[in-house]
Design a protein around this ligand. Structure first.
Ligand code: ADP
Length: 513
């Protein structure tokens, strides 16, 4: 985390940088001081809309109002004015797509959320047109309903006359960052930046431009699109109405990329894993944008002064969620945190492996018919063994993704930086270090996503001078050193691989018994 600038920051009148962290279920605002300490924070949830099974939508006005309330709330709690804030950094739920009227600023449809599966049939069409390889080569992504492009198509189809209006330049598309920029600047800025653009399915990550072939396939006119800017740089000023005076908005990044930066992963080969409901593992690959052979995605970490840092990204569907299942489904623990003491109370799992393939398996298996499996049960198996096996499964899945990322990037992992709710579990972090054979580094302040957004903004306005100040905040972090022998590590991992084989190809399509 940043330390105070030694000879004073340029903008010494301002005491704080404010991060706006616009997430899937809540909007947060956090004020950081020069030392990188959290001075005040505020958070407001907003409603989720589920118009049909598998569909998830947000009301853009509810996103904005909750975000504005959080920002004002954080200022109030710190007793701060707009003039105390050197810059605002935005980080956001990625891929969620919005379209609004350029003149009135009124959205023409609800935001379609990244999780929503409502564009699965558009994805099938793209696949049927043989576009898989083109999409991967141009965007680094796979054809999936997660990404924004098919959501834009959906909105233009769903609203009468929208396609024609888009072609006439009357409408604007944006991910949530662009929407917040639009609102904060009262419509003066229609822009996004590299990391968010790289999640849209229509951005060429090698040429760094919107991709005409894919725009054509999705019939998305260029006139709809935001300008793509540097991740760190002044995007515009907030309208004085919001905070009483103008504040520069000087950094914007998607949440996982902001976390990568907030963790100080600024050099190729450095990686972070966020242990939440699922896991998101990203490795900075520097100037290289390696294509994945294991089904991971290649993405833009950030672009600063036109220089792009790429990243490989792998996700794990079920991580902390497995603890929620132990708690809510089985009643084996009262709180997720109780798992730590239970796991420590036994020497090992007694040979038990639990594969939490509740919704199938991702990289490197890509098996949607895999299902949750417990193997190795004996008469001696206890609750504690099961709990320990559940925690260990998070570390095993992480190693699976690390192996893919190392193979795809050709870069060996020298340490894993961690954050997210389940990274508080010291047992899990030690087991992770043991299983990877590299140190696991956990910062003292786990607000790395917001810190990353603040850092992009603070660096742009001279509040912090360079990333070394940010990395200087390594004091106070926890380091988990690996202490298992290589033999033991590999034999444990081989057992996991055998357990995974047992979980695979289990579910049968309906009617096949
Ligand atoms: P998200 O952002 O995905 O909602 P969080 O980063 O808030 O997730 O982390 C919450 C997840 O972490 C939950 O799934 C919970 O089960 C898990 N979790 C929280 N604390 C612990 C702990 N001490 N040990 C293991 N898992 C934990």
């Amino acid at each position: 985390m940043p330390e105070p600038a030694v000879d004073g920051a340029e903008d010494s009148l301002s005491s704080y940088v404010m991060a706006l962290d616009q997430g899937t279920t809540s909007s947060r605002a956090i004020l950081f001081d020069h030392a990188g300490a959290v001075v005040a924070a505020d958070q407001h949830e907003f409603p989720q809309h589920f118009p049909k099974p598998g569909w998830v939508e947000h009301d853009p006005v509810e996103i904005w109002e909750s975000q504005l309330r959080a920002a004002r709330g954080a200022l109030k709690r710190a007793g701060a004015q707009a003039s105390d804030v050197a810059a605002i950094g935005i980080t956001n739920q990625r891929e969620t797509a919005l379209v609004w009227d350029r003149k009135t600023g009124v959205p023409i449809h609800r935001a379609i959320v990244w999780q929503s599966r409502q564009t699965a049939s558009i994805c099938e069409e793209l696949r049927a047109r043989g576009l898989d390889d083109e999409v991967r080569a141009r965007t680094g992504l796979v054809i999936d309903a997660y990404f924004s492009g098919t959501k834009v198509r959906f909105i233009l189809d769903a609203v009468d006359g929208a396609q024609q209006r888009a072609e006439r330049g009357e409408l604007a598309f944006g991910t949530v960052d662009a929407w917040l920029l639009h609102k904060l600047t009262r419509g003066r800025v229609h822009a996004t930046e590299y990391s968010n653009a790289s999640r849209t399915l229509v951005y060429n990550i090698h040429e760094c431009d919107w991709d005409d072939l894919l725009l054509g396939e999705l019939r998305i006119p260029r006139a709809l699109l935001p300008e793509v800017r540097d991740t760190s740089g002044v995007f515009g000023l907030t309208d004085p109405e919001w905070f009483g005076a103008e504040i520069p908005i000087a950094g914007v990044a998607g949440d996982q990329q902001a976390a990568l930066f907030g963790q100080g992963c600024t050099v190729g080969g450095q990686a972070k894993n966020t242990y939440g409901t699922g896991c998101f593992l990203l490795m900075n690959t520097g100037r290289q944008a390696p294509a994945s052979k294991s089904g991971l995605v290649t993405t833009i970490g950030w672009g600063i002064e036109g220089r792009i840092d790429y990243a490989l990204e792998g996700s794990i569907f079920v991580a902390g969620a497995a603890l929620q299942w132990l708690r809510d489904g089985l009643g084996l623990v009262e709180h997720a945190a109780d798992s730590e003491a239970a796991a420590r109370s036994v020497h090992d799992t007694g040979g038990v492996y639990l594969v939490p393939a509740f919704v199938g398996l991702g990289a490197p298996y890509w098996d949607e018919r895999a299902r949750g499996t417990v193997v190795g049960l004996t008469r001696g198996t206890t609750r504690e063994h099961l709990i320990r096996a559940t925690l260990e499964s998070i570390a095993y899945q992480t190693r699976d993704v690390v192996e893919c990322i190392e193979a795809d990037s050709g870069l060996p992992l020298d340490a894993l930086r961690v954050d997210g709710g389940a990274s508080r579990n010291d047992f899990l972090m030690q087991f992770q270090a043991d299983l990877l054979g590299v140190p696991v580094l956990r910062p003292a302040v786990l607000e790395v996503t917001a810190m990353g957004a603040a850092a992009f903004a603070g660096l742009a306005v001279g509040f912090w001078r360079d990333t070394s100040e940010i990395e200087a905040g390594e004091a106070g972090r926890s380091v988990f050193e690996p202490c298992l022998s290589e033999d033991r590590r590999e034999s444990l991992y081989a057992g996991w691989k055998r357990a995974v084989e047992r979980s695979r190809d289990w579910a049968r399509p309906e009617g096949e018994g």
